[in-house]
Design a protein around this ligand. Structure first.
Ligand SMILES: C[S@@+](CC[C@H](N)C(=O)[O-])C[C@H]1O[C@@H](n2cnc3c(N)ncnc32)[C@H](O)[C@@H]1O
Length: 331
């Protein structure tokens, strides 16, 4: 995983509580986090709309509602479409429901992980849908909110959960894992070569009762590897990313979504998935490689234009893959 691939999704809320002002931005792995510079909208919005080709009367899933940018773009392209919108974060659901108020009768908001896709659809008697988009990762309000503990720039509890009411916090996870298991996570999800040293230092801090906050965690990483920035990236970036991915079971969630997709989509329906690092993109690529199940929309993943990247550095590591569900007897 390159340092560029470490740039993760982000939304900046310059004025929190006013969803209309949410704009996408680079996350904290960027050199500097300056909200006003990042006024670009949702990543690859036009390409997602092009892939889904939304039609009035059809039903689309936005698996990662966030600030509602993709959902809104779908509804602008097809004002008579329906959206089934998932987000595990109640704050994202709240903000988007305000942003999409003009379409309130056309959006079903579901506060649940997208790994529960079929269960949630069946609970609402939805047999299949006409398209799905997913824009993986976290949003900047999640990073910006110190209480969520995702940022090494802001002091907060070591939590890191996207849904603050679900599952283990980062601190609980660190307490449960052995040194080796913790090192494996830091290596696998952060692509961090110095994972063993870092894991030992983190566990030592925990044993000494010196690990309660995000800044404590950053200090433990710096104690292990020094304060130098590598490739312009803070030494704690990879460890924070790895723990966040583990706490939220992000890879397990994606696997589960990909497994359920064929049963959720009607024949001919397209799935469009934006990923931000190589592990995610590899899983999406593998899933869409089944020629009996999927017709890829493009040969190669689409990336953001230079223009989009210059307005929104976060977009530079984004990869969009899309594929249409074949009818069961095709292929
Ligand atoms: C990158 S943001 C999406 C932004 C959105 N596409 C937009 O244009 O405003 C990702 C969102 O997905 C949510 N999310 C991440 N993993 C999820 C999962 N497994 N289930 C449901 N929501 C998830 C996060 O809480 C976050 O709000």
């Amino acid at each position: 995983m390159s340092d560029q691939q470490l740039s993760l999704p982000g939304l900046v809320s310059e004025s929190f509580g006013s969803p209309g002002e949410w704009v996408w931005a680079a996350d904290e792995s960027e050199e500097e986090f300056v909200a006003s510079e990042f006024v670009h909208a949702t990543v690859m919005k036009d390409l997602v709309v092009e892939a889904l080709a939304p039609k009035n009367g059809s039903v689309y899933i936005d698996a990662t509602l966030g600030g509602g940018g993709h959902a809104e773009a779908i509804l602008e392209a097809a004002p008579g479409a329906m959206i089934v919108a998932f987000d595990r974060d109640s704050a994202a659901i709240q903000a988007s429901s305000e942003r999409l108020v003009a379409y309130r009768d056309q959006v079903i908001f579901i506060q649940s992980p997208f790994g529960n896709l079929l269960e949630e659809l069946r609970a609402r008697s939805i047999k299949s849908v006409d398209g799905l988009c997913a824009d993986l990762g976290v949003s900047s309000p999640q990073i910006d909110d110190a209480a969520r503990g995702m940022s090494f720039r802001r002091e907060g509890p070591l939590d890191m959960r996207m849904d603050a009411n679900d599952g283990e916090t980062a601190l609980e996870l660190i307490g449960r894992l052995s040194d080796e298991e913790l090192a494996d996570i830091i290596f696998r999800y952060g692509d961090e070569r110095r994972s063993r040293r870092i894991a030992r230092s983190i566990k030592r801090a925990l044993d000494a009762d010196e690990l309660a906050t995000t800044l404590d965690l950053r200090r433990a990483v710096v104690r292990a590897v020094g304060p130098a920035r590598v490739g312009g990236v803070d030494p704690a970036t990879r460890t924070f990313q790895a723990l966040r991915i583990a706490v939220n079971d992000e890879i397990g969630q994606l696997r589960s979504l990909l497994e359920q997709l064929p049963d959720a989509l009607a024949p001919g329906a397209t799935a469009a998935i934006i990923s931000f690092h190589s592990t995610e993109d590899r899983l999406v690529k593998q899933a869409f490689a089944s020629r009996t199940m999927w017709q890829p929309r493009w040969k190669k993943p689409r990336v953001a234009s230079d223009e989009e990247v210059s307005g929104n550095p976060r977009a530079r590591s984004a990869k969009l893959r899309a594929a249409a569900r074949l009818a069961r007897d095709e292929g």
